[in-house]
Ligand binder design. Structure first.
Ligand code: XIL
Length: 381
């Protein structure tokens, strides 16, 4: 018998350890997502403040092992970072950026201009009336310049404007739009670029597979480019359901944005396993306990059929992303574990949802291994 080389002996020892019966079921073995994805696209997650400050050690372990990109779930939004005019609170954001740098991660800033989670002072004068266009533009300029400059060269890409367009392609009637008009978008991109010329700049939204919205965003990208402004990517939030939208609609949107000359980013991926509450219900129906229970059917775990459908859906989405990796720069999950997901409270509070890759006990769902295998197969091609 040939003498085993040291390398071969090591491999055998590793194989024995890997097959050890003590290994827990579903535990992710090497390689991790971040290792398997190689340079196809970045694989990211949103961090909450418990993770940023290292309090949730189990989640932090997953983040470091599995992801190479991070975004802050809330702490960089204007209501947190500038709660009072001129008083910036950078404590959480500084720690978030430090975490990313220490772990060699691509750091995205979310989000500079958004109608939601914006403090009231932004739009009001001292009498409570809407400010003038000039004042709001100056507030935007000051906010964007202060925040982007602070992290110049460290935050590599910014969600500059979030959710400015509705599903039918019309402008959202936000305070920014009402007071400034559609110019608030090019202005925001101009201010962000002036503050950090090296940073990538993105437009981010949900339901971007809707044909009306898709065409309006393509138009927006073209008009920013015509004005000579920098836009690097369109962020598709990816808050999806098991049955909707169709993969064809999603693929068509990826193609449309890529053809407009920007990168596609899947920025806030989660797949809800719950039924969608009706939007048209009156408060009296929505408030009934029976309706609430009907909308929250899996409080103790998913039945096999739903679990199967969820896994298939997440797998199909990743297949789509991997097949289109030449167009996609990053895939970011909106949170680490199911227990932390905002989907437990949106669009209806107090539900138990299962939208992410890691379960409430911090265990990788079987789909994680499947995604890693899909990536491995693609790597071998
Ligand atoms: C959500 C956060 O996950 C929640 O914790 C918060 O209460 C509301 O905002 N689109 C976005 C994200 O761009 O910033 C939102 O995040 C989800 C929808």
């Amino acid at each position: 018998m040939k003498v085993l080389t040291p390398v071969l002996s090591l491999c055998i020892a590793f194989a024995i350890v890997s097959c050890s019966p003590h290994r827990k079921e579903n535990e992710v073995k090497e390689p991790s997502l971040r290792e398997a994805v190689k340079d196809k696209f970045l694989i990211g997650t949103a961090l909450n403040t418990n993770q940023i400050w290292g309090k949730d050690t189990a989640a932090v372990k997953i983040v470091k092992e599995q992801f190479n990109s991070i975004v802050a779930e809330n702490c960089m939004k204007s209501m947190y970072i500038q709660p009072v005019e001129g008083e910036f609170n950078f404590k959480d954001a500084d720690k978030f950026v430090e975490f990313g740098e220490q772990n060699n991660m691509f750091i995205t800033g979310h989000t500079l201009i958004w109608h939601s989670q914006a403090p009231d002072w932004f739009f009001r004068d001292d009498k409570g009336k809407d400010v003038s266009k000039e004042v709001l533009i100056e507030r935007m300029r000051n906010h964007i310049t202060t925040v982007v400059s602070r992290y110049k060269g460290r935050i590599k890409g910014w969600d500059v404007v979030n959710e400015a367009i509705l599903d039918d392609g019309s402008w959202r009637d936000s305070k920014f739009y009402k007071i400034i008009g559609e110019d608030f978008i090019p202005l925001a991109f101009e201010f962000a670029h002036a503050a950090d010329p090296e940073a990538e700049l993105y437009y981010n939204d949900y339901n971007e597979w809707h044909a009306g919205k898709r065409d309006a965003i393509v138009k927006l990208v073209n008009s920013l480019k015509e004005k000579g402004l920098r836009i690097d990517g369109v962020g598709m939030q990816g808050h999806l359901g098991i049955d909707h939208p169709s993969l064809d609609e999603y693929r068509a949107a990826i193609d449309a944005y890529f053809s407009a000359g920007v990168e596609v980013l899947i920025t806030e991926l989660d797949v809800s396993a719950l039924p969608s509450p009706r939007r048209d219900i009156g408060a009296n129906i929505a408030d009934t306990e029976a309706y609430r229970q009907e909308m929250n059917p899996y409080t103790t775990g998913l039945p096999d059929s739903i679990s199967f459908a969820w896994n298939k859906r997440m797998g199909d989405l990743f297949t789509l992303f991997i097949d289109n990796s030449d167009k996609i720069g990053r895939v970011t999950l909106w949170g680490v574990t199911d227990g932390d997901s905002w989907k437990n409270d949106f669009p209806m509070p107090g539900r138990t949802d299962y939208p992410l890759l890691f379960d409430r006990r911090y265990k990788a769902k079987p789909i994680v291994k499947e995604i890693i295998n899909k990536l491995k197969v693609k790597n071998e091609k």
